[in-house]
Design a protein around this ligand. Sequence first.
Ligand code: ATP
Length: 200
Amino acid sequence: MVVVGLTGGIGSGKSMVGELFARLGAVVVDADQLARESIDRGTDGFDQVVSFFGDSVLSNGAIDRRVLAERVFADATARRKLESIIHPIVRSQFLQAVDALHGEEVLVYEIPLLVESRAEGLFDFIISVECEISIRYERLRARGMSSNEIDSRIASQATAEERAAIADLVITNNGTQEELLREVERIWESILPALQRAKG
Ligand code: ATP
């Protein structure tokens, strides 16, 4: 089995790369989705968040992520607390996904904040998806984000250079979806099988 970490800046095309890997047969897990599920109603994470932040973060019995985000945005202590609730749950879900792999299965773990969370030791191979800033703006604006939102998200993330420094391979996604598919196929057909063989 091979465990791949898939990262990249906002709007670089990580999710699309993850989708292409899934179509080729990889098990794809998204760290952001695990983080959202970690505080779903009925979970331990939910109880911990409500006991720390209080009922004011609830809306119709569920945690209102927007309210929670506002609470932690300007309060570093609250943010650290929230992270200390969510991160261990996400980490344990990830490890369960690794444990559930059989034979030569490939797990692709989409993790936007791979550099920021110092997670590089978890993977056999790290891919960073990068894309020219003007194209990212264009794609993200088409998704409804404002320039201000894009700027502040980019400013809060690691830089392309920092991601490249820990990546085994950088995919440049400045072209068409067809070109992206060909690059993902090349990785799937030659690089990952070679890694499987090397791991023996
Ligand atoms: P986020 O960090 O916000 O999750 P992301 O890195 O996962 O972003 P995607 O959601 O995969 O990025 O891509 C951003 C947008 O750009 C999406 O709407 C996607 O469909 C589009 N996109 C990605 N790659 C290409 C491409 N090569 N050609 C055209 N559109 C693309």
